[in-house]
Design a protein around this ligand. Sequence first.
Ligand code: AGP
Length: 369
Amino acid sequence: DAADLEIGGHDTYLHKEIFEQPESLARMLSGRLDERFATARLDGLGIDPRELRGFKRVKAIGCGSAYYVGQMGASMIEDLARIPADAEAASEFRYRNPIIEPDTLYVAVSQSGETADTLFAVREIQRKGGRVVGLVNVVGSTIARQCDGGIYLHAGPEISVASTKVLTHMAVGFAMLALTLGRVRDLSYADGARIIAGLKSLPEQVQQVLDTDDEIAGAAASLVGAESLFFVGRVRGYPVAREGAQKLKEITYQHAEAYQTSELKHGPLALISTSMPTVAVVPNDELVDRNIGALQEISARGGRVLALTHEGVNLDGLDVQRINVPDGEVELQVVLLTVALQLLAYHVATQLGRDIDRPRNLAKSVTVE
Ligand code: AGP
């Protein structure tokens, strides 16, 4: 409704959209969690449990940030449903004559539902006999109508060119899809219930991330004017790092490169210096010790590190600055880490005086070739 389009007390739509996430996520989840059977209620998918069990692979396609969230989603699906899953940029997929498999579930991810590359990829998959569901925000959009079913994201209108709230909705959409796929395979009732509890806590936990806004603004000050930045993460953290670098580039025009933490030692470590800060995404997962080791390597070479991590992670003895987000279910931590990186990019851009809602050279949705 019209109230959704009001900027209210916010300086930019981007700020408004970041701060409305606790409320919009609660709305998205409402009525979609089935506690009795520890699964999600995704009627819009239009796929019955027997058919859902038959998929041998899941492939997410989308562009830009939607593609990075597709990567987050692929991890969730592999973690919870143990189905091989990956993500690809729709802009590449559509031109490379991909092999379309009848037992793959394709997931088209789009805020606008009008991105030409994603739409074309959907049509190409369908022409060759593949089944595509949509994770789309805009109701009745071209991609939403073209898909064989889907999950509406219910994030409300997103005005700012750089996407924020819709990305967290996409990640939550994938979590619900992963839960649904898992529960018709071998995800236990107890694990399903654990994910449901985690999803229910998310709006409140996102609010706790937003409450650290002043701290994040302080950390942003130390990144303003850096020649270039690394955003590093591994496994679950890597797509978060990619999205964090993307957001920074889009609205601050500072150069940033996302890299797998594990790959630094195979080359890019040569770039580490005092003028190249690193933003490290450190989920509280089974790889935390390896991540800490990599942070040590970076600081030993004179690199400044800002770690985006969880309260429960012990970084004692390391010379790094840290921002904490709440601990939570390991499969859902990406949501909280992503929100913190949205605030980080916002504050760097504000401190540089950028036109935050309308960054140069970019359109909200790329509807042309
Ligand atoms: C995100 O901040 C970007 N503006 C961009 O990467 C965007 O996510 C991409 O163009 C896809 O748009 P869509 O979700 O509307 O399809």
